[in-house]
Write a protein that binds this ligand. Structure first.
Ligand code: ZN
Length: 168
């Protein structure tokens, strides 16, 4: 049994979009933005991502910190994450869909026991699923997304939660 630190990040943003498409577009927008948050967390802190779904009022991403993480999980992390997320938006990264077998997914994510647990529990043996590439980030996902990261015009983090998670 090992104990691992996990932190949850949530944020909000401002955007311009056709009001008639607001509800559906909001979920797609938030979901896509969660990918950007995950990428920012990977780039800044080398986290292992688990999942980052949209919610009724935003989205979050849960993840595991690397064993050698030396910082403190608090609001002092916000500037680096916001800066990196804005850089990702400026890079105009496209969302690229790829189909992979369960075996390929397990090989790709073998470094991340959160992902391998999810793959083993949700994808049948011999079946395939999709991943999306966005810049250097590749994550399990069914889509849909905005066309590219430049659609996100502002990025602010409101909350970071830290807890200890126990794996057996
Ligand atoms: Zn996605």
């Amino acid at each position: 049994m090992t104990t691992q630190k996990v932190f949850f990040v949530s944020f909000s943003f401002s955007f311009l979009i056709d009001p008639s498409l607001m509800l559906l577009a909001q979920m797609v927008y938030w979901h896509s933005s969660a990918h950007m948050l995950g990428e920012a967390c990977e780039r800044c802190f080398g986290v292992h991502l688990e999942h980052g779904p949209p919610t009724e009022d935003g989205f979050f991403y849960d993840m595991r910190l690397p064993a050698d993480f030396k910082g403190t999980v608090n609001e002092e992390l916000y500037p680096a994450l916001v800066s990196t997320a804005n850089k990702i938006a400026g890079e105009k990264q496209n969302f690229e869909r790829l189909s992979m077998t369960k075996e390929e997914l397990l090989e790709m994510f073998k470094y991340n026991n959160l992902k391998t647990y999810f793959i083993n529990s949700k994808i049948a043996d011999g079946a395939s699923s999709t991943v999306y590439r966005c810049g250097p980030l590749i994550d399990l996902c069914m889509g849909p997304h905005i066309t590219n990261t430049s659609r996100v015009k502002a990025f602010t983090i409101y909350k970071v939660c830290l807890l200890n998670m126990v794996h057996f």
